[in-house]
Design a protein around this ligand. Structure first.
Ligand code: OGA
Ligand code: MN
Length: 292
């Protein structure tokens, strides 16, 4: 069999099947998946039960993996390999985290619209998220398409945004959520990254509006004016008709392109377990992820 696709959202999300993600990918399967990612932006694979190692293997067939914010926190982690990012409310002892734990704070930050690691350079390309345990309700993950967001800007806004850049900072969302007790060393561990607001997606050649909650200011603008404009643009980019809401089933593996989409988690009952496991590719010298 080879890759099959069925759109789940008219523009940018498809269900994918027909490729065994547990075995080494053939060149043609890898190219087909890249082409689908370039066209869509989010692929949903059902009934995948990859082990951590299998997830790393699968993810690495597309490029180099990155650990993102772990550079700052250096916490003791539940998952055995640092390239596996624990997206859960479960503590080291297997119990649920305390309500006010630092880990839950990270989950709340994930509930703000973002592109993974946009606060770093290189930023992230694909993320792969495997679901292991899901709560009985809530906890969806929503995605939006930044290329469609660009297409729907007025001509005047397109023109105004050309040439503007935003500064993205790793701790901006944490500070926003009331967590500002960081050492100077932690504050400097990941210096801010500057990204143009209008970018061209290397995978499809389409323009996109690169916003998201890690953006803390517009370069050369007064802070308040820039923040209000960024919020306005984020609101534009996340209008309901642009959004796909993924309702998780155990065994789903969802992969998305952080270069062309934003995502956020949705609220759920913290007294219920929610466990997902992420791998993320950095967007650095990965020519295969560009359209040929
Ligand atoms: C992520 C993320 C949201 C969620 O894993 O990068 O933002 O729904 N997750 O858990
Ligand atoms: Mn994320």
């Amino acid at each position: 069999m080879s890759l099959e696709l069925k759109p789940l959202h008219p523009k940018f999300v498809a269900e994918a099947w027909g490729v065994d993600l547990k075995s080494p990918l053939s060149d043609s399967d890898r190219k087909a998946i890249n082409a689908a990612m370039n066209q869509y932006g989010v692929l949903v694979w059902r009934d995948q039960f990859l082990s951590g190692e299998e997830q790393i293997e699968f993810s690495q067939s597309f490029g180099e993996l990155d650990i993102g914010l772990k550079r700052v926190f250096k916490r003791k982690e539940r998952l055995p390999d640092e390239r596996l990012i624990d997206i859960s409310n479960v503590a080291l002892d297997g119990q649920l985290h305390q309500r006010d734990s630092a880990k839950n704070l990270s989950s709340f930050a994930n509930q703000l619209w973002h592109s993974d690691s946009s606060f770093m350079s290189p930023k992230a390309a694909y993320s792969m998220l495997q679901s292991l345990v899901i709560p009985s309700e809530g906890g969806n993950t929503e995605f939006t398409d930044l290329r469609a967001a660009y297409d729907e800007l007025t001509p005047a806004l397109k023109q105004e945004l050309e040439g503007l850049s935003a500064e993205h900072y790793a701790l901006h969302t944490r500070i926003l959520l009331g967590d500002d007790a960081y050492t100077d060393e932690q504050k400097k561990a990941i210096p801010p990254a500057i990204w143009p607001l209008i970018q061209t997606h290397p995978g499809s050649g389409r323009k996109l509006l690169f916003v998201g909650v890690h953006a803390q200011r517009i370069v050369d603008w007064p802070i308040a004016e820039g923040r209000i404009f960024l919020l306005d643009l984020l609101e534009h980019a996340t209008q309901r008709h642009l959004v796909y809401s993924h309702q998780w089933r155990v065994g789903d593996l969802v992969m998305w392109d952080n270069r062309s989409t934003l995502h956020r988690g949705r609220r759920y009952d913290l007294n219920q377990r929610r466990e997902l496991r992420r791998t993320t590719l950095n967007d650095y010298q990965q020519p295969e992820l560009s359209a040929g």
